[in-house]
Design a protein around this ligand. Structure first.
Ligand SMILES: [Zn+2]
Length: 303
């Protein structure tokens, strides 16, 4: 078990869940939750292996993200919503870097809407796909290896990325370096204060920790699983710590559409997410918009 928080370094940690293969810990100081196995092995190499396998990209959930994507596909609708909010903030558009750009669908949609798209991706398989099929400029590697000079981008997006990172602070510092003053960072990640998280914890607690599978499902397994679990407060803490100013959150981007055509368990989870969030608040999917450094005067804040 780790003895330090991976964000603030505090040694005051509590055990949230004892699960097969890993535990989930929470820092008493900053509130961040993370997997206990995060620091035990060289996860980067394992991740690269997973993301370079055809098995990973052949997953039916990922097959929708291909060159023949539908502009009305649930995932693409979320991309368009993100881009609409960005256009409200930066009407003149500009240069957009997508960190973890996968096969490049988001960047292709961004280009259709007037942005100059550039991708960063650790998977050579996915980045080759993005180059061959969309003609996109994609650099293979991590933000720490990024070749661009300081202040190269107006916007950096990290969609479903930050929850996989062992050292999110260093990644956010790199993002800040690459963003122009007043540039926008968009992070999409699950919300650890969602009704689904609370429901799983309730089942775990009421069963005296014997029913673990809902918690196990939510906190994920395998190297491609999530390692850090943010809520709005802990994400804002991390952003502020690394020189970003929080602008606003959007919990409705996924809507109900995400759960359609999913498995029965996912549809049930989607129903709990939608109904529960109406009653208690706290949807599963969270989009956070933040700004690098000082807020520039030409930025137009959306509602
Ligand atoms: Zn901490």
């Amino acid at each position: 078990m780790e003895d330090r928080c991976i964000i603030c370094g505090s040694s005051s940690l509590k055990l949230c869940f004892r699960l097969p293969y890993f535990n989930v810990l929470q820092c008493s100081e900053c509130g961040i939750m993370f997997k206990s196995s995060v620091l035990e092995k060289d996860k980067q190499e394992e991740l690269e292996e997973v993301y370079n396998s055809e098995k990973y990209w052949g997953n039916p959930q990922r097959r929708a993200e291909t060159v023949n994507y539908d502009l009305h596909h649930k995932r693409v609708r979320i991309y368009r919503r993100i881009l609409q909010k960005l256009a409200d903030l930066i009407p003149q558009r500009g240069c957009l870097l997508d960190v973890g750009c996968a096969k490049g669908v988001f960047l292709d949609v961004a280009r259709r809407e007037g942005w100059q798209p550039i991708g960063l991706e650790i998977s050579s398989f996915a980045s080759q796909y993005a180059r061959d099929n969309f003609g996109l400029e994609v650099f293979i590697g991590t933000l720490g290896e990024a070749p661009w000079p300081d202040a190269s981008f107006d916007v950096i997006t990290m969609l479903d990325v930050i929850e996989h990172l062992i050292d999110p602070s260093s990644v956010l510092l790199q993002a800040r370096r690459l963003l122009k003053a007043g540039g926008i960072l968009v992070i999409e990640t699950p919300n650890a204060r969602s009704i689904l998280h609370y429901a799983a914890k309730l089942i775990y607690t009421l069963s005296m920790t014997s029913v673990k599978w809902p918690v196990f499902q939510i906190y994920g397994v395998g190297p491609e699983g999530h390692v850090i679990f943010f809520d709005q407060n802990t994400l804002i803490y991390l952003l502020n710590k690394n020189g970003f100013e929080f602008l606003y959150s959007d919990f409705d981007a996924m809507g109900q559409a995400l759960w359609r055509s999913a498995t029965l368990v996912e549809r049930l989870a989607g129903t709990i997410d939608n109904v529960g969030s109406i009653l208690f608040g706290g949807k599963y999917h969270m989009l956070v918009f933040a700004q690098s450094g000082e807020r520039s005067s030409n930025l137009q804040l959306g509602d």
